[in-house]
Write a protein of this length. Structure first.
Length: 262
């Protein structure tokens, strides 16, 4: 009996290792700021760069958070053969807004890497001209924030996407550059804090997206703080002066924690 127990323990360990080696994991990507409306539409392209069949789950959402179908897709699960490329359109004509897409790639083994490339393109007709702007992938973080001078961001919008099933909150501060501090016995020389000449707090429903201007009136500084488990921030700048079409400003960096961090 003494010899049987070590053998059983070894078999159990081998079995556990085999199960762990076959564990599936999921890689989630977010494609925000997908324009739609009577004169706008967005196209999403997925390409399998690997040598194996890949399964992806696709969730397309309106600005208000509701699910919407992509043209040509009858369900939310897509199987891509090696080298296959699929393009589908987010086309909603009954309202205007900025939707977003969640792509979840299923990876059947820890030994394998993600192989699906995701890209987006928003197109709008403005003054009899077709404006095409690429969209970039983003990844959700916990409680992301941003603060900066708006000298080089005039006309920009900041996009906020709540990818969680729980409501999130966004607090916006527009400042004219005035500073204040409140000394205490414990901190006789505290850091200076910007005075918000205009401040707004907003609740963002589950799976909803919002866009806010970075400048109001004579403000020279903009800041945003959010509270939520999985939020995407993205800075959008006009493609041209006086044109209400925006492209992603990838030079802007945001603070926050990755949504998977403990």
């Amino acid at each position: 009996m003494a010899r049987v127990l070590p053998v059983l323990a070894a078999l159990l360990l081998l079995s556990a290792d085999a199960v762990a080696g076959d564990q599936e994991r999921v890689v989630t990507s977010i494609l925000p700021s997908l324009d739609y409306g009577a004169s706008c539409w967005s196209t999403v392209t997925l390409t399998n760069l690997g040598d194996r069949v890949v399964t992806v789950d696709i969730e397309a959402h309106r600005a208000g958070g509701g699910l919407v179908a992509l043209t040509g897709l009858q369900e939310m699960v897509l199987h891509l053969n090696p080298g296959e490329r699929v393009s589908r359109r987010l086309e909603i004509g009954d309202e205007a807004g900025q939707g977003w897409l969640k792509v979840r790639e299923r990876i059947p083994s820890p030994k394998l890497s993600p192989v699906v490339a995701v890209s987006g393109l928003s197109e709008c007709t403005t003054d009899n001209q077709l404006r095409s702007t690429p969209r970039q992938l983003s990844y959700p973080t916990r409680n992301p924030w941003f603060s900066g001078d708006i000298e080089e961001m005039q006309g920009n919008l900041i996009s906020v996407v709540n990818t969680s099933e729980r409501a999130a909150q966004a607090s916006l501060c527009y400042s004219e550059g005035n500073l204040y501090s409140v000394p205490t016995a414990a901190h006789p020389a505290p850091e200076l804090t910007l005075v918000c000449s205009k401040a707004f707090d907003g609740l963002i429903p589950p799976y909803a997206s919002r866009q806010f201007p970075v400048q109001r009136d004579d403000s020279t500084h903009f800041g945003i703080k959010t509270q939520g488990d999985a939020i995407v921030l993205q800075m959008l700048r006009p493609v041209a002066t006086g044109v209400k079409a925006y492209t992603v400003d990838s030079t802007v960096k945001f603070g926050g924690e990755f949504a998977g961090d403990k």
